[in-house]
Design a protein around this ligand. Structure first.
Ligand SMILES: C[S@@+](CC[C@H](N)C(=O)[O-])C[C@H]1O[C@@H](n2cnc3c(N)ncnc32)[C@H](O)[C@@H]1O
Ligand code: SF4
Length: 354
């Protein structure tokens, strides 16, 4: 129909106006519904994920898994007393199944993958991890591939073989006093955790991988001043976590750790942050910011929902697909952005000054 005939017919013009208003209102309502209830029933605090079946429309509107943390193993060689991802199983998916899951995630919009654990360098002496890192960068062409590790099992050979495919390596270090690391359990025997940290920092520089540090603030290190050591190590990002309790992991009857004695108050955490306010790369994460702002996949590739203070698993993405499983992840996308979850995460975009 010609536009001129529409304009000359008042009835048609009225219909056009009504349908435009209807279209506008329906888009506003759908946006309001998204922000108040979450796109999936599973992300609504008012509706129980178990009681509600997902209809097709809700699955289509599911959260996009932009940034995913895959804890492919729970086994570890350290014994950190506060650990919230413990060795409850020794299961690791076969390599090809893990790759299939990562491909599904990429097809659903994943841009960043972070491999964690347990200790990710433990399984198959880091070869399983290396193959996944290479697959994600080379085959899936993900903008960002990263690892969080305790650092104790990493060898220079690994960097030679897989360093090109890795954007960021985060090494956890909770204290620059060897004795405190021993007391926390962040050590294997009497081996120096700090020696590993400094060695890896240099390899990151040599093999052009962005170097990051994670620290958990707890009763053992809350009074420490880390400004000098962090300034010297110059990580691109220093994540500072307030020690978090998760029922069934590090608190409660069935837990493998009892982390209550590590817990600090919000005020103690704030005092630690104030003492380190001169460190520009510091990214703080209080319990509130941390709890639901990560998309976590466990060793079976199930999303873990932490909203109830424990880790409730979804079905595996390998069985039901990403969109169906993610509705039960409890992921708080607004908090993800609020904690600065989206940042310059590809080494190609970073000016690595080393
Ligand atoms: C579970 S660990 C797995 C990777 C590796 N084993 C490591 O320690 O870096 C992943 C991150 O969670 C942190 N973490 C562990 N338990 C925590 C807790 N109770 N509260 C806050 N962060 C914690 C670790 O320090 C580490 O940076
Ligand atoms: S936090 Fe400590 S115990 Fe837990 S996985 Fe990492 S190194 Fe192992």
């Amino acid at each position: 129909m010609q536009l001129s005939s529409v304009v000359t017919s008042p009835k048609l013009l009225l219909q056009l106006c009504i349908s435009t208003v209807q279209c506008f209102l329906s888009s506003v309502f759908s946006k309001v519904r998204y922000w108040t209830t979450g796109a999936c029933k599973g992300t609504s605090s008012a509706l129980s994920p178990v009681d509600n079946k997902l209809d097709q429309k809700e699955i289509q509107n599911a959260t996009i898994p932009t940034s995913v943390n895959y804890h492919f193993t729970r086994k570890c060689n350290y014994k950190c007393g506060f650990c919230f991802h413990t060795a409850k199983t020794s299961f690791v998916l076969p390599l090809e199944e893990a790759k299939r899951g990562l491909k599904l995630l990429k097809e659903s919009g994943m841009e960043k993958i972070n491999f964690s654990g347990g200790e990710p360098f433990l399984h198959d002496k880091g070869e399983f991890l290396g193959k996944l890192v290479q697959f994600c960068k080379q085959d899936l062409q993900l903008p960002s591939v990263s690892i969080v590790s305790n650092g104790s099992m990493i060898k220079e050979k690994w960097f030679q073989k897989y360093g090109d495919y890795l954007d960021i390596l985060a090494v956890s270090c909770d204290s620059f006093d060897e004795e405190t690391n021993q007391l926390i359990g962040r050590a294997q025997g009497r081996k120096s955790h700090l020696d590993c940290l400094y060695k890896i920092r240099n390899w990151c520089q040599q093999y052009k991988v962005a170097f990051k540090i994670n620290s958990v603030i707890n009763t053992f290190n809350v009074d420490e001043d880390m400004v000098e050591s962090i300034t010297q190590l110059a990580p691109c990002r220093w994540k500072v976590f307030q020690c978090l309790l998760i029922d069934g992991e590090n608190a409660g009857e069935k837990a493998l750790r009892e982390a209550e004695r590590f817990i600090i108050s919000d005020q103690q955490f704030q005092e630690f942050l104030d003492r380190h306010s001169s460190v520009s790369c510091l990214v703080p994460e209080s319990n509130e910011k941390m709890r639901n702002s990560y998309l976590i996949l466990d060793e079976y590739m199930r999303f873990l929902d932490c909203r109830e203070g424990r880790k409730d698993p979804s079905k595996s993405i390998l069985d039901v697909g990403v969109k169906d499983a993610i509705c039960f992840s409890g992921f708080d996308e607004k908090m993800f952005f609020k904690r600065g979850g989206k940042y310059l995460w590809s080494k190609a975009d970073m000016k690595l000054e080393w």
